[in-house]
Design a binder for this molecule. Structure first.
Ligand code: CA
Length: 228
């Protein structure tokens, strides 16, 4: 299955550079020169990820990101902002607008592709991976379903991503900060104790099947998911 990325950039040379490199990396690339063009493309076909320039003629990239986040259909669309701005305040503004990641120009094409892959893994694991099984637990990223001994397990989106990360990284110990990085994203401004809240929810969802015991607290360090 091909992953479609919509690139929104008004500078033709940069648009070309980004498009060519993403295509080389195996993605299907759609292009737009303005936020308005992007909106109409998205109304037609929802891409799997958006690479969005900050400074655009007409509506800005930040304006478009905010709009997309406010709409049910596009709320979950992964967005990587592209920008020449480097100020911390601007970064915060971009992330508050709902961007998943942030790349400052000039950037290397390799870095861009790596960031795109990382965001897809985090936000849309079904585009990157196959079903995983540990013991009686089976998680299918494509259908977003989790079964424990054949019975469906109801999980919120964060618990789902957390479980997916644990199942693909079993037996290793992760600190709360590492889990925030891996599951929530590199730039999130959330407190570490938020991790504990979601761990608690995950354990309680896994309790009926006994799989909650796989989520181990490692004192003074963080958490580990038992794989054996
Ligand atoms: Ca621009």
């Amino acid at each position: 299955m091909s992953t479609t990325i919509l690139v929104v950039e008004d500078e033709p040379a940069i648009l070309e550079l980004v498009a060519v490199n993403l295509r080389h990396a195996g993605f299907t690339v759609e292009r737009a020169g303005t936020a308005e063009e992007a909106e109409s493309a998205i109304r037609g076909v929802l891409p799997d990820l958006l690479v969005l320039d900050w400074m655009l003629p007409g509506q800005s990239g930040v304006g478009l990101a905010k709009k997309l986040r406010a709409d049910d259909r596009t709320r979950e669309l992964p967005i990587i902002m592209l920008t020449a701005r480097v100020g911390e305040e601007d970064k915060v503004q971009g992330l508050e607008a709902g961007a998943d990641d942030y790349i400052t120009k000039p950037f290397s094409p390799r870095e861009l592709v790596a960031r795109v892959r990382a965001v897809l893994r985090r936000r849309a694991p079904h585009l990157a991976d196959k079903a995983v099984e540990i013991g009686t637990l089976r998680l299918n990223p494509a259908t977003h379903r989790v079964l424990a001994a054949g019975q469906p397990v109801e999980l919120g989106p964060t618990e789902f991503r957390l479980l997916f990360f644990f199942m693909t990284h079993a037996e290793r110990v992760y600190s709360r900060a590492q889990l925030l990085d891996e599951v929530w994203g590199d730039h999130v401004f959330i407190e570490e104790r938020t991790v504990d809240v979601h761990i608690r929810r995950l354990r309680s969802a896994l309790e009926p099947s006994g799989n909650h015991e796989r989520v181990e607290t490692v004192r003074g360090t963080g958490y580990r998911f038992k794989g054996a």
